[in-house]
Structures are given as C-alpha cells and as structure tokens.
Design a protein around this ligand. Structure first.
Ligand code: SF4
Ligand code: SF4
Length: 297
C-alpha cells in the first residue's frame, strides 16, 4: 500500500467498499461473503483507494466507478456462467445474424416480431448506453414500448419465452466477459436476405431506400440549415414519400401494420426529433415542420 496513505480515508473506504461489494454480489446474484469478493481483488482495490489530500486528482465518483467496475470483474470471475437472470434481456433486444434466418423459416420469428434499423439510423448500444448512427443495416427483435426489454422476456419470471430457439447473439451473451464481440466472419441479417424473393414488395422497399435513405435524410437536414429553410420542400417530399409508402402497402398489398417497421424501418419523421423538429399534417394531407416540443423533465 502507498506509504502516504491517509488512514481515515482508508477506514471510510473499507466500510463503503463492503457495501459496494454487497451490492455487486446482489446484482450478479452470487451468494458469497463480501470479504471473499474483496480479497479476490485486494491488490487492485488498494491501488484504487483515495490518496491523501493534495495527491488525489480523481473525484469520488471516478474512484467509485473504478472500484465498482473492478468488483464487478472480480464477481464475474467467480461466477463465469449464465444464470438466466434476464438482466441482459432487459438492456436491449438482440441484433439478428445470418444464422438466424432459420428462425423465420421455422416460424419462431415472424415479421411482426422484428424491426429494421437502416444504415445511418440512430441506434442504442446497451454496452455503452449511447446512441450512435448505425454503420450497417440491422434487424432487431422488438422491445417493449415502455422499456428496452426484449419482447420475448417474460417480465414476471425473467425468463425467455423462446429460450430453446433464441437468436445467436443471445446464445453467445456472456455478461462476465463484456469484451466479447462478434466474430470476424459474422454477418448481420438484412432485409434483402429475407425479402428479396417477395418480388413487388422488395421493389417497393428498394425504391423507398433510394428516395429515403438515412444518408439522404441527413444531407437534406444539412441543406435545410445551410439554405436557412429554402430547401424545406425537398425534405417534406422525402418525409411524405416515407409516410405514403407505408399507407400504400397497407391498403393496396394488404400488409399488416405491424410489419411496416421491418419492411421500411422506423418512420423518418421520428428522427426529426434529434434536430429539434417535428412533422405535422395539415387537414388536406400535406405536411409541415414545426419545432419539437421539449418533454418536461
Ligand atoms: S448472460 Fe444475461 S441472462 Fe445470463 S447471467 Fe448474464 S445477464 Fe443474466
Ligand atoms: S430472445 Fe430471449 S434470450 Fe434473447 S434477449 Fe430476448 S428474452 Fe433474452
């Protein structure tokens, strides 16, 4: 231990450390004495302890974030297997891989169970808890409307309703191994893999992607700002096409409303929110843009 170590800080640290260890053990559902967990990472934890006044550059929050991360790592090392607690299923639904095609063939999944995140669309990353533009097209299982929980998670028992046929990403999920990533030869499933053979429907999806890609949408937003609103009609035309194509396949091809976010991704109008805008409809069916209402905090 550091020879300049402050004894009072250390004593406080030890008490708080036990509480934190108890909390971490509870979160990974490991029935163990907190001292055993602390001992398993003692050297690292001592190195993370607060330094005396004048030497410490980290805030208390930073110290505790590091301590908690180290305790969590130690807890997972003592429990390196899945206990089917459902915690990862509550943080977000899986992205489907090419190998998951079979789940549609066997009827485990239907078009109403999934949605598409188109290339360039904002996507939430559970591991980092951040929203970033997606580099590729992704198909994901739907989440419940009031949370990020996968729709197949039975919330009362915390169990998966399709466990025996769960997607590949769920099979590989290892919360005790957070650095685990997709393998290099993995390919995410796309709409083309599943829908190319549908003929007319696939042509409409391609036409929609041509006119309403997220890259094009982002460019239109940038133009709108650069021209101080003069190109608003181009943006509105794109938004109107995105809206009407959904109506068209519903009324003319009899496509179920619940399939639309899989076939065409989520409506572009939802992304206006990120730019402080929202889309409104006039009585005659035309659209206009307004400033988005901020939600009360
Ligand atoms: S992988 Fe998921 S279900 Fe399994 S123990 Fe970890 S958080 Fe729980
Ligand atoms: S499919 Fe099952 S295992 Fe996978 S995230 Fe959903 S509930 Fe969890």
């Amino acid at each position: 231990m550091d020879k300049d170590f402050n004894k009072a800080d250390w004593e406080f640290f030890v008490v708080a450390l036990k509480e934190e260890a108890r909390d971490v053990l509870w979160s990974v559902q490991l029935d163990l004495d907190p001292d055993t967990l602390i001992k398993s990472a003692l050297e690292d934890l001592q190195a993370l302890a607060p330094r005396p006044d004048g030497y410490e550059t980290r805030s208390r929050d930073e110290i505790w974030n590091d301590v908690r991360a180290r305790l969590l790592q130690a807890a997972y090392a003592l429990r390196p297997h899945c206990i089917r607690c459902g915690t990862c299923c509550e943080k977000g639904s899986p992205t489907l891989l090419k190998q998951d095609t079979e789940l549609f063939v066997t009827g485990v999944l239907t078009p109403s169970d999934v949605f598409t995140i188109r290339s360039g669309e904002q996507v939430y990353i559970p591991e980092t808890e951040q929203t970033v533009p997606s580099q590729t097209e992704l198909i994901k299982i739907k989440e419940t409307s009031d949370s990020r929980s996968c729709m197949f998670l039975d919330t009362s028992s915390k169990s998966c309703r399709i466990y025996g046929s769960r997607p590949e990403q769920c099979r590989r999920q290892e919360c005790w191994n957070p650095k685990q990533t997709l393998q290099q030869d993995d390919r995410t499933l796309t709409r083309k893999d599943l829908l190319e053979a549908t003929g007319d429907l696939w042509s409409i999806i391609e036409r929609h992607e041509d006119r309403c890609s997220h890259d094009e949408f982002t460019r239109e937003i940038a133009r709108l700002s650069a021209t101080k609103g003069q190109t608003v009609d181009d943006l509105l035309n794109m938004l109107a096409f995105d809206h009407h194509v959904r109506d068209f396949v519903r009324t003319n091809l009899g496509v179920d409303e619940k399939f639309l976010n899989f076939f065409f991704g989520r409506p572009l109008s939802q992304d206006l929110f990120y730019y402080g805008l929202s889309l409104e409809e006039n009585e005659d069916g035309t659209f206009f843009l307004t400033t988005a209402q901020q939600e009360d905090s």
